[in-house]
Design a protein around this ligand. Structure first.
Ligand SMILES: [Zn+2]
Length: 406
């Protein structure tokens, strides 16, 4: 039987057990177990029935049990798609990051365990297929290897030999190779063309027509280019291999994106990228859901998020809505806040039959699993490991404040 088919079958057979509440000894983490939950945890389950039947808040049409089921179905969908060889080849590093962050951050211990187990299993696979950098790897390939290695390391599967290869290869590229601009010497640029809509060709910075087909190119927004750079620098800092710039160098340019504008009834074409830029400030500062942030750290960003969450609901954009919700939770909003309640009602009413969120007819698997990841993140509560960014991040953020006063 073809390996991919075999794996898909394994998923169907094994996934229900992954989500059982059976306690897993630490020694067995990562092993996919088929045994059913022992009787004791079944009666525990029954005891929890009352809590699960409780409405999420007085008057809510959904219960704690609905939320619990929804996040499990969402995570199973993500894992199912990650087991597909083509999907994993394309987005393996991102899938690892998803399982790692859910496994580290949410307060639902069962969900954390399940995500971690999925992550460890996929990280083993990723390590087997990423033993060394390809000959003549591009900056983008080096970045992707750093992303995957960092996530696999975080899941406990280190490969220091590969890390040295990545370090050596990274040192040969410039900031512009990695980030498309040099944060040390210029603000986020507005002359980076998006890939050609017609033939997907990538074109040099400054090009206005496609080198392959001659059609006019659309430019990427400054916010879009900037937050890509922020994520890359963040992963480089985490991993300990500089990918073009330090995190602080990129973060320092945040004020160039202010003041933030809303959707303005469609008049602001940069709205969408502004949302993702702001949410990724939150994620990189709080290590994707691991630490809470004081509202006083980023008042402009918090105000933007609060003011615009309902736009994502109006647009029926589950991915964007998820970004708003877990970012707002980082600033201390909870199920008691109207914005969060509106988002939860929306997501719980709109989950697809296969457990995903978003457009089921979408062909790019990234646009299927990413909204689903965001749905899981948005419906989750978080077990904060600490208040505020780590000291190094706090220093980077102080430099942003100083830059604003200049
Ligand atoms: Zn073209």
């Amino acid at each position: 039987m073809h390996a991919k088919v075999l794996r898909s079958l394994l998923t169907l057979i094994l996934l229900p057990s992954l989500c059982a509440v059976a306690p897993v000894s630490t020694g067995a983490v990562g092993a996919i177990r088929t045994n059913a939950a022992p009787t004791s945890s079944r009666s525990l389950e029954a005891g929890r029935g009352a809590e699960r039947a409780r409405p999420l808040w007085p008057g809510s049409r959904f219960t704690e049990g609905d939320r619990r089921r929804a996040v499990r179905r969402g995570l199973r969908f993500i894992y199912r798609t990650a087991l597909d060889e083509n999907n994993f080849e394309q987005y393996g590093s991102d899938y690892l990051w998803c399982f790692y962050t859910v496994g580290e951050s949410v307060s639902d211990a069962g969900l954390r365990r399940t995500a971690r187990r999925m992550g460890v299993e996929r990280a083993r696979r990723w390590r087997r297929t990423h033993r060394s950098l390809p000959e003549g790897a591009t900056a983008q390939e080096v970045s992707d290897f750093a992303f995957g290695s960092d996530a696999a390391d975080s899941l406990g599967l280190r490969d220091d030999k590969l890390k040295e290869q990545i370090r050596l290869a990274a040192s040969r590229f410039t900031a512009r190779d990695f980030l498309l601009f040099d944060p040390a010497s210029e603000p986020p640029p507005s002359d980076v063309p998006d890939e050609c809509e017609f033939d997907k060709a990538r074109n040099e910075r400054g090009a206005t027509t496609c080198r392959r087909c001659g059609r006019p190119l659309k430019m990427r927004t400054r916010a879009d280019v900037w937050y890509d750079a922020l994520i890359t620098a963040y992963v480089g800092d985490r991993f300990g291999v500089r990918l073009g710039a330090d995190y602080g160098e990129v973060l320092k340019l945040l004020p160039t994106l202010r003041p933030y504008r809303g959707h303005e009834g469609g008049a602001n074409a940069e709205f969408y990228d502004t949302v993702y830029a702001v949410t990724h400030v939150v994620y990189t500062l709080n290590d994707y859901g691991q630490r809470s942030l004081s509202p006083s750290l980023l008042p402009d960003e918090l105000e933007f998020l609060r003011a615009n969450l309902r736009e994502a609901i109006a647009q029926g954009d589950a991915d964007m809505l998820g970004e708003f919700m877990d970012s707002l939770r980082a600033f201390g909003l909870t199920d008691r806040d109207d914005e969060i309640r509106a988002g939860m009602e929306y997501l719980l009413a709109r989950q697809n039959a296969d457990g995903s969120w978003g457009d089921v007819s979408e062909r790019d698997i990234y646009l299927r699993y990413h909204p689903t990841w965001n749905g899981v993140a948005a419906l989750s509560n978080y077990a904060w490991r600490g208040d505020g960014p780590t000291p190094a991040k706090m220093r980077a953020l102080s430099a942003v404040g100083a830059a604003r006063k200049d």
